[in-house]
Design a protein around this ligand. Structure first.
Ligand code: FES
Ligand SMILES: [Fe+2]
Length: 363
């Protein structure tokens, strides 16, 4: 298993960005223990506001993990009070801001140090996202959202929970520049391909025929995907061919070299108001998309790390996407060093049209 330092990514072990940490429906008014970025957290939904709260799990009193206890009477009686949470050990209570607001057996003023870190979280797209930042700064770009999410013609997703994978995020990010795997792994006859990088966005534009997604009479319509990583944690891919859909793939670092992965698909219905049949078909389409993603997963689950890529002409611009990725592992003050090497250019692949208009799509 390779670590961040093995790839020479930068100063920080974990990258800066918005990351999915749970499906929204998993977060109830019972604390959920979660581990990401090599840390333990307590995740819960406040009873008073319904807002999701993410706190460092370890209590400052004596280090109890507030999220991993089943037996204390504090937990049995209900650990969440209003928007606050009580520690199972001595029942200190912490607000959504992370500050202790009650020590039930002490009349003395609450010490200033009686607090845990409260993390910036948003609930969006049926998921909970956290802004992770080794520098502790404000979010550098907007939280995840999609205008299609609020359009009733689009059938909302439920997540596929793909579990943890002992694979560094770098190997997953390499996919955004991986032109030459599309045919052997996914059966795509790629007729055009290019990459573009812009700030926290890394985009791949490609299209062609497809061996998996064919009509019942065996015709493979041109399938185009416009795929963008929004920072290092997740991608959104607009897929056009047999209808319109948007893929979500998120991966979040659990520990260095270990990621947790989710997949989902938002599908545009043929009807303004989706019918029951449309909803069934959308779920089947999500499953087809999950199976296509599983073809990547199959490789990642078993490969050794590609610390160096033995690049040949015809491969995508891996070295450029790796430079783009390094901005998130270094102080934001240094990001231009990386961006000036990749921005403002359409990165094409030897022997491959870069745009649909240039492609001979007759085949
Ligand atoms: S360890 Fe949390 S209240 Fe004592
Ligand atoms: Fe792939």
């Amino acid at each position: 298993m390779a670590l961040t330092k093995d790839y020479g990514l930068g100063e920080y072990t974990f990258p800066r960005g918005w990351f999915m940490i749970a499906e929204a429906s998993e977060v109830k008014d019972k604390v959920l223990p979660v581990r990401f970025f090599g840390q333990e957290f307590a995740l819960y939904r406040g009873k008073a506001s319904g807002k999701v709260v993410l706190l460092d799990a370890y209590c400052p009193h004596m280090g109890t993990n507030m999220a991993r206890n089943e037996s204390s009477y504090v937990v049995r009686d209900g650990q969440i009070e209003g928007d606050s949470i009580r520690c199972p050990y001595h029942a200190w209570r912490f607000g959504p801001d992370g500050k202790c607001n009650d020590i039930p057996y002490s009349k003395a003023p609450i010490p200033k140090a009686a607090c845990v870190r409260s993390w910036p979280v948003v609930e969006s797209l049926n998921a909970i996202f956290v802004w992770y930042d080794a520098e502790g700064g404000e979010p550098e770009w907007e939280a995840p959202s999609l205008k299609e999410w609020d359009d009733p013609q689009w059938i909302r997703w439920k997540f596929d929970h793909l579990g943890t994978l002992a694979c560094h995020g770098q190997e997953v990010i390499d996919n955004i520049a991986d032109c030459s795997h599309l045919n052997p792994v996914h059966g795509s006859s790629v007729s055009y391909y290019r990459n573009e990088f812009n700030g926290h966005l890394a985009t791949q534009l490609q299209g062609g025929g497809h061996r998996t997604l064919v009509t019942p009479d065996g015709v493979s319509p041109i399938l185009t995907t416009d795929t963008t990583y929004h920072g290092p944690g997740f991608l959104l891919s607009k897929m056009m061919g047999m209808g319109e859909s948007i893929i979500f793939i998120g991966h979040t670092m659990v520990d260095d070299g270990i990621i947790k992965v989710w997949h989902a698909l938002l599908v545009k219905s043929r009807h303004e108001r989706p019918t029951e049949q449309d909803v069934i078909e959308a779920a089947a389409y999500q499953e087809a998309s999950r199976l296509a993603f599983a073809q990547d997963f199959d490789v990642w689950a078993n490969k050794r790390a590609a610390i160096q890529i033995l690049q040949v002409p015809g491969d995508g611009p891996f070295h450029k996407s790796r430079i783009w990725y390094r901005q998130f592992y270094n102080p934001r003050a240094r990001k231009q060093e990386f961006l000036k090497q990749v921005e403002g250019v359409q990165h094409r692949v030897a022997g491959m049209p870069g745009r649909l208009e240039e492609a001979d799509t007759a085949a």
